[in-house]
Design a protein around this ligand. Structure first.
Ligand code: SAM
Length: 282
């Protein structure tokens, strides 16, 4: 059977290299190359971009990224069993695919790349959330990346794009939306993966804003949001009590009712409160 890139179908690749999915590595593979090309297109125009792919596995999404024109793909994979399959792709796309064997939570890919840089990944969900938080909270903004296109459990994707007023709205929404545009660009049923997970998945695309939507010190904002949502059923005057002795006055000065709960508060007001806290003498 021929494929969009002339390389063998993924089922054959997986069988030939004996890449049986390992649960402990969160392996649920995408085998449909039309679907992986569609995910690659959701990452934006890849021509002229270096792409970091985390967790390429047998290379379905990697092939999509390369076929869609990525200048270079730097792929970080923890499972060495995937290396021979990825080497075949590197051979078909000379000078365009580099694979690093390692844990994405430990590898620093930056030394190898030239901006603009986009990040694309279909990762185990726990690793994905941890990396997302790291990418959203760098010491400098704008960050090194232009966009993130990441597969998540649908419920986590909904938390990233949530607006105030519901259960899904929390720290992840505030961190993601304060300095980026975040939207769900695709949802996928369990059957899109082999083996099929129990849950639906969704691809979230985040574009870094040149500047935060509202001014705030990142560390103070993070403290406010963590305290507010850790006790989300409490009124803010109680959940934020530990942040400042005059928290009620600071809340009012930021335009927030002290009796409100964190999930009712939009970005602008969280940032205003962070500004008040940063300026308030203790
Ligand atoms: N991208 C492939 C696809 O879409 O078919 C594989 C996706 S599978 C959900 C997740 C991949 O991430 C696996 O290949 C797994 O070995 C790899 N992986 C898991 N933890 C990792 C980590 N900490 N660093 C790098 N890769 C990891």
């Amino acid at each position: 059977m021929s494929t969009i890139d002339g390389l063998p179908p993924l089922r054959e690749v997986i069988a030939r290299h004996d890449l049986r999915a390992k649960k402990q590595l969160g392996q649920n593979f995408l085998l449909d190359l039309n679907l992986t090309a569609k995910i690659a297109r959701a990452a934006g125009d890849l021509r002229g971009c270096d792409v970091i792919e985390v967790g390429p596995g047998p290379g379905g999404l990697t092939r999509g990224l390369l076929a869609e024109g990525a200048r270079r793909v730097l792929a970080i994979e923890k499972d060495e069993r995937a290396l021979p399959a990825l080497a075949e792709i590197a051979e078909a796309y000379p000078e365009r695919l580099q694979v690093i064997l390692g844990d994405a939570l430990e590898v620093d890919p930056l030394a190898h790349l030239t901006p603009p840089i986009r990040i694309v990944a279909n990762l185990p969900y726990n690793v994905g959330t941890e990396l997302l938080i790291r990418w959203l909270t760098p010491s400098q903004w704008p960050p090194f990346w232009q966009s993130l296109t990441l597969m998540f459990q649908k419920e986590v994707a909904e938390r990233i794009v949530a607006k105030p007023g519901g259960k899904a709205y929390g720290r992840l929404a505030v961190l993601a939306q304060w300095r980026s545009d975040a939207r769900i660009v695709m949802t996928l049923p369990p059957e899109a993966f082999v083996p099929a997970p129990k849950i639906h998945s969704a691809v979230v695309h985040l574009t870094a804003l040149p500047e935060p939507r509202f001014p705030a010190d990142p560390a103070v904002l993070n403290r406010v949001v963590a305290a507010g949502f850790n006790q989300r059923r409490k009124m803010l005057r109680a959940s934020l009590k530990g942040l400042h002795p005059q928290i009620e006055e600071l809340l009012l000065a930021a335009g927030i009712q002290p009796t409100a709960r964190a999930e009712e508060i939009g970005l602008e007001h969280f940032c205003a409160l962070a500004q008040q806290l940063a300026a308030a003498p203790r």
